[in-house]
Design a protein around this ligand. Structure first.
Ligand code: ADP
Ligand code: MG
Length: 626
């Protein structure tokens, strides 16, 4: 079964064997693979020593596709068969592509049902297949560097990727022969690379400026779990736009204008990219261009000029940051750390303006174009169990539902099984009795409807609930499962804020076979469980109604005539009788009957209590201020 990945290296008696796992940053512009060796994460280079693999694939009619730098270099000569930025089309239907991908130079098959497909010399290829080519190269690279087969990979995806985009990424990995341990959000990977998950709780902003995309993510670290509070950005803004800004400037300065041919423009763009990267460390970059008329144009691009060329682009990223912070209900000063990710954040002007916006120096000690892959590698290493025993229990998804006991011995599921972790869910509950000031919270695991058929994980009490009428108190129960499968359950009374909590490792001690058995039981007993649940619910309702009726009658019997009282008593007796039977519909029926006959009584009580309130005060109090 695919739903469970329990890794328990601590229980293994075999000598410890290192299990190779890698993290992959499958980027729009560049991709990388990283692993943890002797305790620290590092990206793996290819034979020529370069770590970044351009995410570009060139297809041929009669030979296998070419991936990486060579493919990127040939993009100008063979644009229709050279596929770049395929990440933009992952998980997109054909019609979506018509809308969002119209600026891409490729030929698309028609707008019908199904996934987008590109026409190449090698036939039609899907975005999944193109991504798989990139992944295969990284897989080979990792296996030859590590000298063995990979146990699994963690692949990163943008935080805003939807289910279809995530599934497409998994499909690509499958096609490349990789086992995906988990998909990880890129901003979370960056935060993990910096060890922020081990730091104090708070809000972190991840500013990711890549080649053609800008993403800003606001993460909240709580109990070691990152929650994505808000994401924003611009899917058509990145380092490549800086190249374009420089290229335009060169074309104007050199007098070529927009009369330059396609080939010349590509050449100028490449020159612009090199100049941009040089300006990261140098105050000026030399430019030289042979013009169509044969003359040679020479000029230096200074940092100051470059800064003014790119300022409008940087401003756009900052506006997106402000919008996203506003979505999260935060101001820039509330952000504890700003992490820089993406090659284009090397640009000093970008760093300076980000620092200015947030009022603090951003974190950028690691290589910004490697940080996502490094975080993914750390996560992969933990997932395959190359960690001490105290971090041993790792779950990809929750194998069995988690819930709490409610009245009648019933289980209310708070997190359904198969939910991916980390996860946090809340649900509100209330008191059953008037004046109830304490509550027992019993945490259960399993698919069955009754407490007795589920596994009890923990039990704790919430005290100090203010005494109110039944059903008036609001108790919020929050279940939170962190990335290591550790469950934290807390209960809080919302008006006073009193709270109490407990921590458990929910799957501890359960083997895969036991989990399967529990699931099989739940299927075998599904019908019967629903019946029992319905009955228990009606019984609980009957008890509640009878109890509150008894209370009302003892307080306000004077409001009823003898004959009215008889009708109510008869209906109540019927409820009490059927409550012990097994027919939930019958109980429901008599409960409705009882409600009908006591409606008038309830209305009189209501009027009376309003009168009581009024007579307790002088009338002027109420007219004051009117
Ligand atoms: P993506 O996440 O889109 O795959 P990357 O994070 O690899 O992209 O960023 C690629 C961008 O970073 C390119 O525009 C590249 O020119 C730019 N870049 C790389 N190195 C530098 C540098 N030293 N100075 C400025 N920009 C750089
Ligand atoms: Mg990236």
């Amino acid at each position: 079964m695919a739903f469970l990945q329990i890794v328990e290296p601590g229980l293994s008696t075999a000598p410890h064997q290192h299990r190779f796992a890698v993290g992959i940053d499958l980027g729009t512009t560049n991709s990388l693979v990283a692993t943890v060796r002797s305790g620290s994460a590092e990206t793996l280079p290819d034979a020529s020593g370069s770590h970044l693999l351009p995410s570009v694939v060139r297809y041929f009619a009669d030979q296998p596709p070419q991936v990486g730098q060579k493919a990127r270099d040939s993009a100008g000569d063979d644009p229709l068969n050279t596929i770049a930025s395929i990440k933009r089309l992952m998980g997109r239907g054909r019609c979506d592509v018509r809308r969002t991908g119209s600026h891409l130079p490729y030929e698309f098959a028609g707008c019908e049902e199904g996934m987008a497909v590109l026409k190449t010399a090698a036939g039609e290829v899907s975005p999944v297949a193109v991504s798989a080519e990139v992944l295969k190269v990284l897989k080979d690279r990792a296996e030859s560097a590590l000298g063995g087969e990979l146990v699994g990979v963690v692949i990163t995806v943008p935080a805003y990727f939807d289910d279809a985009q995530r599934q497409a990424t998994k499909d690509a990995a499958y096609l490349a022969g990789l086992k995906v341990l988990r998909l990880l959000n890129e901003p979370t990977a960056a935060a993990v690379a910096y060890g922020l998950d081990r730091g104090s709780e708070g809000v972190h902003a991840i500013y990711d400026l890549g080649g053609g995309t800008f993403d800003i993510s606001i993460l909240h670290l709580h109990h070691g779990v990152f929650e994505v509070m808000a994401t924003g950005g611009d899917s058509a803004l990145g380092g490549d736009d800086m190249d374009h800004a420089i290229a335009e400037w060169i074309l104007v300065q050199s007098g070529v204008g927009d009369g330059g041919d396609h080939h010349l423009v590509r050449q100028v763009l490449e020159m612009a990219r090199i100049a941009k990267e040089e300006l990261t460390t140098q105050a000026s970059a030399p430019l030289q261009l042979t013009l169509p008329n044969g003359a040679v144009w020479q000029e230096a691009l200074t940092r100051a000029t470059f800064d003014s060329l790119i300022d409008p682009l940087v401003t756009r990223t900052l506006h997106a940051c402000q919008r996203t912070l506003r979505d999260a209900g935060l101001s820039p000063v509330e952000v504890k750390n700003v992490v820089l990710v993406g090659g284009a954040t090397r640009v000093p002007r970008v760093r300076a303006r980000v620092a200015e916006l947030f009022g603090r120096e951003p974190i950028a000690d690691l290589d910004p174009d490697r940080v996502v892959a490094l975080g993914a590698a750390i996560q992969a290493d933990i997932l395959v169990g190359n960690k001490p025993a105290d971090e041993m229990l790792l779950l990809d998804v929750i194998p069995l539902s988690l819930g709490i006991e409610t009245m009648g011995g019933l289980v209310e599921k708070v997190i359904p099984r198969n939910t991916t972790i980390p996860v946090a869910r809340s649900q509100d509950f209330t008191t059953f009795k008037d004046g109830q000031t304490a509550m027992v919270i019993r945490v259960l695991q399993g698919e069955r409807e009754l407490v007795r058929d589920c596994r009890s994980l923990a039990r704790f009490e919430l005290r100090g609930i203010p005494p109110l009428v039944a059903g008036a108190a609001r108790i919020r129960v929050t279940f939170q499962v962190d990335a290591d499968g550790l469950l934290n359950v807390s209960a809080q009374e919302l008006s006073t804020g009193v709270r109490s909590s407990v921590q458990v490792k929910p799957s501890y001690g359960l083997t895969e076979a036991e989990v399967e058995q529990m699931l099989r039981d739940s299927l075998d007993h599904a019908r019967e469980d629903v019946d029992v649940r319905n009955l228990r619910e009606q019984q609980v309702e009957a008890d509640r109604v009878l109890e509150s009726l008894a209370h009302a009658l003892s307080a306000d019997a004077a409001l009823l005539s003898a004959s009215e009282r008889n009708v109510i008593d008869a209906a109540a007796a019927e409820v009490a009788r059927l409550r012990h039977g097994t027919d939930h519909r019958a109980i429901h029926g008599v409960l409705e009957q009882l409600e009908r006959v006591s409606q008038e009584f309830a209305a009189r009580r209501m009027n009376r209590s309003i009168q009581k309130v009024l007579t307790g005060h002088r009338l002027t109090e109420f007219s004051e201020g009117i």
